[in-house]
Design a protein around this ligand. Structure first.
Ligand SMILES: [Zn+2]
Ligand SMILES: [Zn+2]
Length: 286
C-alpha cells in the first residue's frame, strides 16, 4: 500500500452498473484513508437515455444528490466533500440539464469524460467505433472533447488520452490529435487528468522496468508536459478499495519521469463563479 495523494475528485458508485459500493462507503473509506479533499462524481444520469452498465437511470438522481448532501453535513470539518458528475459532451443536447444541476447546487462541479457520443438520430448514446473506424473515430473523439472544453462547463478533463485504450502504438495522427487537445486545455486553462484506473489492471513494464499503461499514455504526457498543460491526478475509484489499493508510488514516478507538477487542489468556488457568470445564472435556492 502506498501513500495516496490526499485528494481525489473522481469516484463512482454502484449505480453506474460497473462499480461497487455506494457514496456512504466511498466517503467513509476516503476519511479512513486520510483524504482531505474528496469528490463523488458518478457517471451522469441522463433524462431519457438509459445506458445500463454505463450509467445509472435518471431515477437515481434524487437519492444520489440527497445522500451526498447528508454526507457533506455529517462530515463537515472532517473532509472537504464535493458532489459531482462525470459527463460527456453531447453538443447542445444536455448542456442546459448539466447547467441546472450546477445552478440548483445539486452538484459542485462537472468533469468531462468522453466515453460515448450521440447516435446519428441524436436519440441515444453509443460507444465510439474505434474498432471499425480507428482514425475517423480518433478525430471525432478529439472534436467532441474540444467542443466540451469550449463550453466552460467542466472543472477538468478526465483521461484526455482515453483513445489510447482502443488505439495502440503511436503515430502522427495520435500526436496531432493529442496536441489539439492539450493546446485547447492550455488556452482555456483547464487541467487534464492523469487517470490512475488502468494501473489497477495493466501490469506491463518497459525495458527500464517502468510501468506502461494504455492511459495515462507516455507519449501524450510528454507532450502535455512540454506544452505546459495543467494536470491533476484522479483515482477514478470504482470501488472504495481503490482508494488505498491504487499504486500511488508508480504515479509519483510517472510524474517525475514526465516532469509534471500536478495540482493538489481545485478552486471549486472560482470555477462555479466562472460558469455562472458565463451563462448569466444566479444561484437557485432549493
Ligand atoms: Zn466508470
Ligand atoms: Zn471515465
Amino acid at each position: 500500500m502506498s501513500r495516496n495523494f490526499g485528494y481525489n475528485y473522481h469516484s463512482h458508485t454502484y449505480r453506474c452498473g460497473h462499480a461497487i459500493g455506494d457514496e456512504f462507503e466511498m466517503v467513509e473509506c476516503a476519511i479512513r484513508h486520510n483524504y482531505k479533499i474528496f469528490g463523488v462524481s458518478d457517471h451522469v444520469f441522463l433524462p431519457g437515455i438509459p445506458q445500463p452498465g454505463v450509467r445509472g437511470d435518471f431515477e437515481c438522481y434524487d437519492e444520489y444528490i440527497s445522500n451526498l448532501k447528508y454526507l457533506k453535513k455529517k462530515y463537515q470539518g472532517k473532509i472537504e466533500l464535493y458532489s459531482a458528475f462525470e459527463c460527456e459532451d453531447y453538443g447542445d443536447k444536455f448542456n442546459d440539464y448539466y447547467l441546472s444541476c450546477l445552478q440548483k447546487g445539486d452538484v459542485d462541479y462537472l468533469i468531462l469524460g468522453q466515453h460515448c457520443k450521440l447516435n446519428e438520430e441524436g436519440t441515444d448514446a453509443e460507444m465510439y467505433h474505434y474498432k471499425s473506424h480507428p482514425i475517423e473515430t480518433l478525430h471525432e473523439y478529439t472534436d467532441h472533447l474540444i467542443r466540451g472544453m469550449e463550453t466552460g462547463l467542466y472543472i477538468y478533463v478526465c483521461h484526455p488520452d482515453l483513445f489510447h485504450k482502443f488505439l495502440h502504438g503511436w503515430n502522427e495522427e495520435f500526436e496531432e490529435c493529442s496536441k489539439r487537445i492539450i493546446a485547447k486545455a492550455v488556452e482555456l486553462d483547464i487541467p487534464l487528468e492523469i487517470n490512475m484506473l488502468m494501473s489497477r489492471t495493466e501490469k506491463d513494464v518497459d525495458e527500464n522496468g517502468d510501468r506502461v499503461f494504455s492511459y495515462p499514455c507516455n507519449e501524450f504526457w510528454d507532450l502535455a508536459s512540454k506544452m505546459g498543460a495543467k494536470c491533476i491526478l484522479g483515482v477514478d475509484a470504482h470501488d472504495p478499495r481503490h482508494l488505498y489499493t491504487t499504486e500511488f508510488a508508480e504515479f509519483r514516478k510517472f510524474i517525475k519521469r514526465h516532469h509534471l507538477k500536478p495540482l493538489t487542489k481545485l478552486d471549486v468556488e472560482a470555477y462555479k463563479k466562472k460558469v455562472f457568470d458565463r451563462y448569466g445564472l444566479t444561484k437557485k435556492a432549493n
